[in-house]
Design a protein around this ligand. Sequence first.
Ligand code: CND
Ligand code: ZN
Length: 368
Amino acid sequence: MKGAVLYAVGQPLQVEELTVQNPRQGEVMVRVAAGGVCHSDLHVMNGDLTAPLPVVLGHEGAGVVEKVGEGVSEFKPGDHVVLLWRASCGECFFCLSGRPALCDLGAGIRWSGHLADGTSRFSRAGQEIRHFAGVSSFAELTVLPREGLVKIDPEIPLAQAAVVGCAVMTGVGAVINTAKVEPGASMVVIGCGGVGLNAIQGGSLAGAEKIIAVDILDNKLAYARQFGATHTINASQVDPIEAIKELTEGRGADYAFEVIGNPKTITQAYRMIRRGGTLVVVGVAPVTAEVSINASSIMLEEKMIRGSLYGSCRPKLDAPRLLNLYKAGKLKLDELISREYPIAQINEAFDALRRGEVARSVIRMTSS
Ligand code: CND
Ligand code: ZN
């Protein structure tokens, strides 16, 4: 079967024939229908984010169960599933306290590139190839832990289901679950890519009154308006902090969501919120990056800084809920998918992401 492998930082992905082993105890093999092209994969390709190499990238996807390993009774071949990039055990402190994104199971798989038993199911000519975040959706077939899947309504188109696996759950979740934005609030979203656009539509769902989108590309700001932004600011043309103050009676916004992963824009976002406001960091910054924030302002202005991993989601609850909102016409997923590429053109899809041309693109493995 074909898969897209990253062998070294700075190199393009190699699309090649790989061997995939059968699922073992507690694992599930999925025939991937679509894999979303997220900036987190690009961070790994650039070296801003580390992952054991070589690796089959892709952490956003959906597909159809092909085979199940021993002991798996909740899934059967033919089930449609969304793939989760943070598997959660359901039993640990974090899972029991409603924070499954913080579970050790998913973190262990993410940083080792191995499934829970410490081995990989992917290889090529005897060389081991790692899993990415336990998903590896840039492959025709992949193997996941049973805890890394959510069964979905088979009527939902699988490309639309795929983007729920990261962009939507992360962006909408940051607003609804992490920040719990209330009706009438003002919020800023800096970075209007696949994830940021979903923070914007999360703001619409939450009933925010002002949803101010900030980007440096006008085409992204046009997408932002389509997803519910009430105001847009091109930060390459005006000082975005001043522009936000003007839009918020000089106070600053109630909430700001940084969805780029740049220490400079994290600092800007902190300065865009009002006294007592909340900054939510969604973007993935380079591993060694530090942020500069005026220390006394944290106390004097009672500002809050929150991280949001995977939209603080409870995926088995949130994925079906989001897909129901899509079916009800209340969540834009069709509009999110700007382009579809065959796996042979995956490097072109990443070039388009680098150039900021798309809202989200997906790699299509099957046509369903
Ligand atoms: P994408 O590249 O689509 O969007 C980033 C946007 O930021 C683009 O529209 C850029 O034009 C814009 N931008 C860049 N620099 C600036 C700037 N200085 N000022 C304003 N706008 C700017 O990326 P994505 O939406 O796929 O991912 C966004 C981030 O979210 C990225 O860091 C990714 O790794 C991260 C993320 C986080 C999580 C999580 O769980 N927190 C999950 N998935 C992805
Ligand atoms: Zn992602």
